[in-house]
Design a protein around this ligand. Structure first.
Ligand code: NAG
Length: 285
């Protein structure tokens, strides 16, 4: 009896130690919808979302963040994923909201995913840039990161910057900086528009569709009861270099490489869409 209590206590202590040392989905996130289709597995190290004909699923962070460098590894729905959308984004929600979006639009087997990005400030978006990727995002996990500091927002794929949205408030372009945001993710059916404008429908014979998440890391400022506290979720010594980080010249070269070779849509060059003139931030670039 006494022995088994000690053993149980030791078991508890070791579980807690593991939980605080490694990323832990149960600690950082909550499943918000999908009626059992979202799951936290492998000692809280893996999260999966699934979608079938009846419903998709989703989760959100427990914390709210106001600035941060946030990494997540995703492995997207494989095979025929046409019609499915995996959204992974930061949002303040509410009216006049701020939002930083990654959306992965599925495709027929062997056809490339579209990575759709957008930035909303004070409720205004219409800032889409879309990319194809230089690898198959369904074959393995890849790291998708958002750097959000007072100077800019940068989207990264495996450490390569794919998009930069600079703070151009001095030129009259609102920048997200006052509203804390949560991380959200969902897997849902969007075959009314996602693949070739809705021409390709979801093949439900391939359901359930599954996307997986692991290795979440936030070097970020969390926001709670009106106060900000900045730290890292996995490092004991705080590393706040991200707060003043800007792209150096070699990062700019890589950004240009991605934009030249993998960008398939840029709102800043869509003159037809903005007959009254391109948005202000496009003219600054
Ligand atoms: C799907 O594949 C086609 C053909 O390669 C491509 O034009 C399109 O951008 C891809 N993405 C989506 C979401 O349809």
């Amino acid at each position: 009896m006494a022995y088994s209590r000690v053993a149980f206590l030791l078991f508890l202590i070791s579980t807690v130690a593991i939980a605080s040392a490694a990323n832990n989905f149960y600690q950082d996130f909550q499943i918000t919808w999908g009626d059992g289709r979202a799951k936290i597995l492998n000692n809280d190290q893996l999260l999966t979302l699934s979608l079938d004909k009846a419903s998709g699923s989703g989760f959100q962070s427990k914390n709210q963040y106001l600035f941060g460098k946030i990494d997540m590894q995703l492995k997207l729905v494989s095979g025929n994923s046409a019609g499915t959308v995996t959204a992974y984004y930061l949002s303040s929600k509410g009216g006049a909201w701020d939002e930083i979006d990654f959306e992965f639009l599925g495709n027929l087997s062997g056809q490339p995913y579209t990575l759709h990005t957008n930035v909303f400030s004070q409720g205004k978006g219409n800032r889409e840039q879309q990319f194809h990727l230089w690898f198959d995002p369904t074959a393995d996990f890849h790291t998708y990161s958002i750097l959000w500091n007072p100077q800019q927002i940068v989207f990264y794929v495996d450490g390569t910057p794919i998009r930069e949205f600079k703070n151009m408030e001095s030129n009259g372009v609102p920048f997200p900086k006052n509203q804390p945001m949560r991380i959200y993710s969902s897997l849902w059916n969007a075959d009314d528009w996602a693949t070739r404008g809705g021409l390709v429908k979801t093949d439900w014979s391939k359901a359930p569709f599954t996307a997986s998440y692991r290795n979440f890391n936030a070097n970020a400022c969390t926001w709670s009861s009106g106060k900000s506290s900045c730290s890292s979720s996995t490092q004991s010594n705080t590393n706040n270099a991200w707060f003043s980080e800007e792209l150096d010249s070699s990062s700019h070269e890589r950004l240009k490489w991605v934009q030249k070779n993998y960008m398939i849509y840029n709102y800043c060059t869509d003159i037809k869409r903005f007959p009254q003139g391109l948005p202000q931030e496009c003219k600054m670039a």
